[in-house]
Design a protein around this ligand. Sequence first.
Ligand SMILES: NC(=O)c1ccc[n+]([C@@H]2O[C@H](COP(=O)([O-])OP(=O)(O)OC[C@H]3O[C@@H](n4cnc5c(N)ncnc54)[C@H](OP(=O)(O)O)[C@@H]3O)[C@@H](O)[C@H]2O)c1
Length: 432
Amino acid sequence: MRTVSVAVAGLGTVGRETVRLLRARRAQLRERLGAELVLTAVADRAAAREARALGLPASVARFTDPLEMARRAGADVTIELLGGTDAARRLALSVLGRGGALVTANKRLLALSWPALTRAAARSGARLAFEGAVAGGVPVLRALELSLVGDRVLGLDGILNGTTNYILTRCEEGLSAEAALKEAQELGFAEKDPRLDLSGQDAAQKLSVLAGLVTGGWLAPGSFPVVGIQAVTARDAAYARERLGSAVRLIASLRFSGTPSAPRVEASVFPTLVPLGHPLAAVRRQYNAVLVRAQSAGDLMFYGRGAGAGPTASAVLADAFCAARDLLGQLPSARPVPRALTLASADDTPSGFYLRLEVRDRPGALSRIAGALGRERVSIAAIHQDRARGAAAVPVVITTHPASLGAFNMARRRILALEDVAPRHCAMRTLA
Ligand SMILES: NC(=O)c1ccc[n+]([C@@H]2O[C@H](COP(=O)([O-])OP(=O)(O)OC[C@H]3O[C@@H](n4cnc5c(N)ncnc54)[C@H](OP(=O)(O)O)[C@@H]3O)[C@@H](O)[C@H]2O)c1
């Protein structure tokens, strides 16, 4: 029986489960592959202790330095589950440089180092696989890469961050955003430092990976608008549901245009009002979903657990299997080659907006706000002001007809410069 050697770098949450599954599903994988996937090496700062805890046989080499493992073990398939970027990047470039297959679940590494990684893979003909990096165990990357290879992907809208989705759906159920975050941390969905999640940057990194997979080009993090959920309150969620018939979701969007050889993409991450009848409104708690729009296949929805040891290890193992199958069959990658990607302006697709302000109850305040919107040609769809009841400032909620993001932002700046309006506010998009 032919064998394919596998090395795993990083024996943390996902690495340990990947090794466990690789061994537990050995017979099943052998039958499907017609070859044996053999774990030959592991690397971790605590490699000896983790290997003992996992009951690995002495034939599996242990390394504390992942790079040394790459150099000395020279496995057919290397799985990078270190996290971070420095050691992970060095390992990835070393493996890809010598033509070895690399599997990773590291969205940050991919988002920041896409050009270097894809060029190294293209130069050596190595396979680079990363299903676990976006939406955990949901096989959306494989669908974009293979199932839709004869189609044209027009765009996608995704809920790509389980922590923020958990907070937003708990807010709908009446919890404050702070209490919902604490609960998510206690349940182990949210990091101790949740800034990457709350700011939308985690979703943005995943969006960059998705754009790269579809076009071959690099959507650099920081090059497109990203707004997190820090300003969204339980009150916004309740207002959206009760008065606007919508759920609040953090939506990461891509719209593709141009040609396969000169692709263009419009990208954004925004808290968004999603009509309650829309499939993304039904995605609750820590779940992830991606709604893909393809020219021939139409709309396709992918849904499931976006993180956790089991879902991520399942995706990683599938990547290792596919890499092994391609190596055995000497098949080239089906992915687009690395190429330049043009960023379309976020103004290209107008959308409606929601703006919640804190306004001092003074004569003429509302007309000054309406005037600021009018100056930027942003037309008001509805305006709602709570009764004052002696408070210093009252919430005012404005929804607009479709406008460009640039015009809305300009109007918002004018409004926040008014004496009547407090700086604290919440702006959201409506799903286009
Ligand atoms: N956890 C999830 O649910 C999930 C979901 C999707 C994707 N991912 C991705 O999967 C990757 C792994 O995540 P994880 O949650 O398994 O992380 P983790 O629990 O922190 O595991 C990483 C392991 O690698 C070790 N390590 C890191 N750098 C090293 C180095 N330079 N040399 C030797 N050992 C090193 C760490 O040791 P120390 O602890 O001593 O640093 C730790 O044991 C990340 O890229 C993450 O973004 C995770």
